[in-house]
Write a protein that binds this ligand. Structure first.
Ligand SMILES: [Zn+2]
Length: 68
Protein backbone atom coordinates (compact mmCIF):
# COMPACT_ATOMS: atom_id res chain seq x y z
CA UNK A 1 0.00 0.00 0.00
CA UNK A 2 1.41 3.36 -0.99
CA UNK A 3 1.24 6.47 1.16
CA UNK A 4 -1.68 8.86 0.75
CA UNK A 5 -0.20 11.70 2.75
CA UNK A 6 3.28 13.17 2.72
CA UNK A 7 4.55 15.28 5.57
CA UNK A 8 7.46 17.68 5.16
CA UNK A 9 9.20 17.79 8.52
CA UNK A 10 11.18 20.85 7.44
CA UNK A 11 8.16 23.07 6.58
CA UNK A 12 5.73 21.14 8.84
CA UNK A 13 3.21 20.96 6.04
CA UNK A 14 1.15 17.91 5.27
CA UNK A 15 0.23 17.16 1.65
CA UNK A 16 -2.26 14.81 0.01
CA UNK A 17 -0.45 12.86 -2.65
CA UNK A 18 -3.48 12.62 -4.92
CA UNK A 19 -4.01 16.41 -5.03
CA UNK A 20 -0.46 17.66 -4.71
CA UNK A 21 0.98 19.65 -7.60
CA UNK A 22 4.09 21.72 -8.26
CA UNK A 23 3.16 24.25 -5.59
CA UNK A 24 3.45 21.55 -2.92
CA UNK A 25 7.06 20.90 -3.95
CA UNK A 26 6.80 17.24 -2.98
CA UNK A 27 9.71 16.36 -5.22
CA UNK A 28 11.92 18.85 -3.42
CA UNK A 29 11.39 17.32 0.01
CA UNK A 30 14.62 15.73 1.13
CA UNK A 31 14.40 12.07 2.08
CA UNK A 32 15.24 12.81 5.70
CA UNK A 33 12.43 15.39 5.92
CA UNK A 34 9.81 13.22 4.25
CA UNK A 35 7.31 11.28 6.33
CA UNK A 36 4.63 9.13 4.74
CA UNK A 37 1.24 8.31 6.21
CA UNK A 38 -1.68 6.17 5.10
CA UNK A 39 -4.31 8.04 7.08
CA UNK A 40 -4.98 11.69 7.90
CA UNK A 41 -5.54 10.83 11.54
CA UNK A 42 -2.13 9.21 11.77
CA UNK A 43 -0.49 12.24 10.15
CA UNK A 44 -2.26 14.80 12.34
CA UNK A 45 -1.19 12.89 15.46
CA UNK A 46 2.48 12.74 14.54
CA UNK A 47 4.76 12.37 16.43
CA UNK A 48 2.12 12.11 19.18
CA UNK A 49 -1.40 13.42 19.55
CA UNK A 50 -0.55 16.04 22.17
CA UNK A 51 2.30 17.49 20.13
CA UNK A 52 1.45 17.25 16.45
CA UNK A 53 3.82 19.08 14.12
CA UNK A 54 1.99 19.08 10.79
CA UNK A 55 -0.52 21.58 9.47
CA UNK A 56 -2.54 21.02 6.32
CA UNK A 57 -1.15 22.43 3.10
CA UNK A 58 -3.43 25.19 1.78
CA UNK A 59 -2.99 24.03 -1.79
CA UNK A 60 -3.74 20.32 -2.00
CA UNK A 61 -6.19 20.25 0.91
CA UNK A 62 -8.10 23.10 -0.69
CA UNK A 63 -8.26 21.21 -3.98
CA UNK A 64 -9.70 18.21 -2.18
CA UNK A 65 -12.42 20.44 -0.66
CA UNK A 66 -13.35 21.84 -4.07
CA UNK A 67 -13.61 18.42 -5.71
CA UNK A 68 -15.65 16.91 -2.91
ZN1 LIG B 1 0.14 20.41 -0.69
Amino acid sequence: MSAKFIGNISTRKLHILQYADGRCKIKLIRAENKKEFNSLEEAMNYPDKDHPIFSKCGNCFKKMEIEK
